[in-house]
Design a protein around this ligand. Structure first.
Ligand code: HEC
Length: 206
């Protein structure tokens, strides 16, 4: 091998080494410039792994099975992102979770709407009704929404069966669904459901 060939083969080796050095593999994206710009440290709110022997976040060694665990927040005492609540603290929710089971409509009918009808509540109730109910029940609650026309079986709120149904009953139907109507609990919050109920009451009493 003459001098020229040696330089050429060294160059080849260097090139191959350079290219394979960048190779991505499984979860490893290859060499990154300024990795902290892409991967922020996911500090957990309360639990922190403070044992550095578990490997540090972004230790960027894909072979390290323990890796990527140490994520203690260095900016807070105790290494946590959130502070622990004061001892004896009791969590207060605005609305207690609604636990009346689906088949207990009669019990549900006795539940009182925690909201008072006001212009604001009714306006929000109407906006939510237009979003979640109108396509089946129609603007005036006659069961003639665009979907209601093809869905079939959507009753009118002013029918004898429904016009006197109390607020708790309507809340329960929105929450659990009834017959061919599905539950809306996952889309509409408890407070918003009670607002819709207030608005539906005005449609029942047209
Ligand atoms: C996919 C169409 C559809 C949507 C959306 C829908 N409903 Fe219904 N709703 C129905 C059908 C169908 C029935 C009749 C259920 C049955 O008894 O079989 C019904 C029944 C009702 C009843 C009467 C319950 C009873 O006692 O018989 C009320 C009140 C009601 N819906 C309110 C609402 C409200 C409020 C919304 C919006 C949050 C809503 N619905 C969204 C289809 C729908």
């Amino acid at each position: 091998m003459n001098h020229n060939q040696t330089i050429k083969s060294l160059f080849l080796v260097a090139t191959v080494a350079f290219l394979t050095g960048c190779a991505a593999k499984d979860d490893y994206t290859g060499v990154e410039y300024a990795p902290q710009m892409y991967h922020s440290t996911p500090y957990e709110p309360l639990s922190q792994i403070t044992d550095k022997s578990q490997g540090e976040w972004l230790d960027s060694n894909p072979e390290d099975e323990h890796g990527e665990f140490y994520n203690s927040n260095p900016y807070n005492r105790k290494g946590m992102t959130m502070r622990e609540p004061v001892a004896g603290t009791v969590k207060r929710a605005k609305y207690a979770p609604y636990r009346i089971p689906k088949d207990s409509l009669e019990m549900a009918a006795k539940v009182v709407n925690p909201l008072k009808a006001s212009d604001e509540v009714l306006a929000k109730g109407k906006a939510l009704y237009d979003r979640y109910c109108e396509h089946c029940h129609g603007g005036k609650g006659k069961g003639d929404g665009l979907v209601g026309k093809v869905f079939k079986g959507v009753p009118s709120y002013t029918s004898d069966a429904i016009k006197n149904k109390p607020e708790g009953h309507i809340f329960h139907v929105i929450t659990h669904g009834k017959g061919r109507m599905g539950s809306h609990a996952s889309q509409v919050s408890v407070e918003d459901r009670w607002k819709i109920v207030k608005y539906v009451q005005t449609l029942q009493k047209q």
